[in-house]
Design a protein around this ligand. Sequence first.
Ligand code: PEP
Ligand code: MN
Length: 266
Amino acid sequence: MERLLVDNNSGPKITVKVGNTIIGNGEPVFISGPCSVEEYDKMMFIGERLKEIGVHIIRGGAFKPRTSPYDFQGLHLEGIKILHEVGQKFNLPIVTEIMDARDIEKCLPFIDMIQIGSRNMYNYTLLKELGNYEIPILLKRGISATVSEWLYAAEYIMSSGNKNVVLCERGIRTFETYTRNTLDLNSVVAIKQNYRLPVIVDPSHGTGRRELVAPMSLAAIACGADGLMIESHITPDNALSDARQTINLDCLEGIVNKVNKLKELI
Ligand code: PEP
Ligand code: MN
């Protein structure tokens, strides 16, 4: 069997720097913001609260991989520029999804981390292309990817030259329909024990239900996750996408405080 760059025995644990935030150094990292980048004023308001709460990185999708082509597809480059302005104003690095290699160059000046979404985890052409850059990559687990397939996806990016990869467990599709996905925290433990990459957890997509987000955030940190990515909004019911799983900013503040206390205990 080949020796993999992701394996523990290939070197020390990897930490990834996004702006001034380091992912994988033992301190929990919080990434939050709406599913989709929305209007400028709303994003400014959200950014200000996120900074106060202690969130490290702001998220927001501008290229949205929606199941239906008739749903809101995102504000594209305009949205990325809005997110960039918010990030500059509140000193928050930004992460956003890129779906098409042709969009990388034009977005690069405005962003600090590229998200590869669940639907693109198997897009090996895109993964290899990302190896040509140094920008940190947040690699979400494919909807029905095994841990091994997910790690090989990371290997595609790393073996092409970019070692700044952070994994994100976002739940997998199972026979269960109560939740949108089944949040597989086993994967977090397996990865922390055997592999070098940092791994964060997205309990928003992992559950699809906002009332499950706080408890599963604590569970994720308790089992060793390096951070959380949580969808939040000032008025979650009005969010342009993923409203049902989006929490308000007070709820987010509660999670950040509890996680920081939990971290002292473990
Ligand atoms: C998202 O983060 O909004 C998203 C689309 O995530 P995923 O690719 O995990 O579905
Ligand atoms: Mn979403």
